[in-house]
Design a protein. Structure first.
Length: 319
């Protein structure tokens, strides 16, 4: 007899997981409600695990292994698996992307009404490089773009952005104060994209938070969190919560080419409902920023062999 425990937000979702993973012959051994309100079911089955008819036997297991490998909390894993259940497909990439599409918000920075964007985050998160990548993309697309830096104290900060701006043949405007930033932001050109590079702050410092809040208010810009991947899950969520409370509703995730686990990033999206905006997948300024969508996130989560269509794998195996 095989025992398994399943956790889901509701009893019906927990039962759906039991049926999908163990089949209709599974027997419920115990039920309990956790302190977080989630339902936990322990079920037993005599025969080996199998999925409900119509679903490829190993798809849910592949997703479970991949998500768990990224250090996600079991409850979040089960929530995503619940979202994947209605999509009867034998392709893990399609199943996971479909679940992500229903579970998370994807809000790329392209193709929307022009509003100033102020990139905010902790020191070293990649704000300046992300500004350069966004500006490069705008220039290539023929979009008028203006760069303003409010990061006038950090050693080398202005010089780095000046170098990028020089290559793009764009002027770099300096805002030494919130008042100066407000004046620069008030000068708008039709269809122009205004990008503001803010200084990295310690989110636990009241003074730093106050200064960032003043910059956001003065620029009338949308604050976008620049979040480096790979941090401790709990610390990252606590830090991101502060930027969310300062007005950020979506995030640019950086260092995706340098980490193996995305539990902290996915935890921020699930816990704080932050939207995925852009993925920093390379140090290349021209090509290093990718608009986030469910497939991009699923490819980052799944091991490479699981991202290929099964038909293609079978064809290679027959050669």
């Amino acid at each position: 007899m095989r025992l398994r425990t399943f956790t889901a937000p509701t009893m019906s979702e927990a039962m759906a997981l039991v049926r999908a993973r163990l089949g209709s012959d599974a027997v419920i051994v115990s039920t309990e409600e956790g302190e977080d309100g989630a339902t936990r079911l322990t079920a037993a089955v005599e025969q080996p695990e199998r999925l409900a008819p119509g679903i490829e036997p190993d798809v849910i297991d592949v997703l479970n292994e991949a998500l768990s490998g990224h250090g996600l909390a079991p409850l979040i894993v089960e929530k995503i698996l619940c979202a994947a259940l209605p999509f009867e497909t034998d392709e893990p990439l399609l199943a996971l992307a479909s679940a992500f599409a229903t579970f998370f918000s994807f809000k790329p920075l392209e193709g929307e009404a022009r509003r100033p964007l102020l990139l905010a985050g902790p020191p070293g998160a990649g704000k300046t490089v992300s500004i350069a990548k966004l500006a490069t993309r705008a220039v290539v697309a023929g979009t008028p773009v203006r760069i303003v830096t409010a990061d006038t104290v950090r050693a080398g900060g202005i010089e780095q952005l000046e170098a990028f701006a020089r290559v793009l043949q764009l002027p770099l405007h300096r805002a030494e104060s919130a008042q100066r930033l407000g004046a620069l932001s008030a000068v708008e050109q039709p269809g122009e994209l205004l990008l503001v590079d803010s200084p990295g702050i310690n989110p636990y410092s009241a003074g730093d938070r106050r200064e960032l809040s003043q910059l956001i208010a003065a620029s009338r810009a949308e604050p976008v969190l620049v979040l480096p991947a790979g941090g401790d899950a709990v610390d990252t969520v606590e830090m991101a919560r502060i930027f969310r409370d300062l007005g950020a509703s979506r995030m640019i995730v950086t260092r995706l080419d340098m980490v193996q686990r995305l539990g902290s990033v996915i935890g921020c999206a699930e816990t704080l409902r932050l939207g995925f905006a852009e993925a920093g997948t390379s140090p290349d300024i021209a090509k290093g920023l990718t608009a986030f969508n469910p497939v991009v996130l699923a490819r980052l989560v799944l091991p490479k062999p699981q991202q290929q269509p099964r038909q293609a794998k079978a064809m290679r195996g027959s050669l």
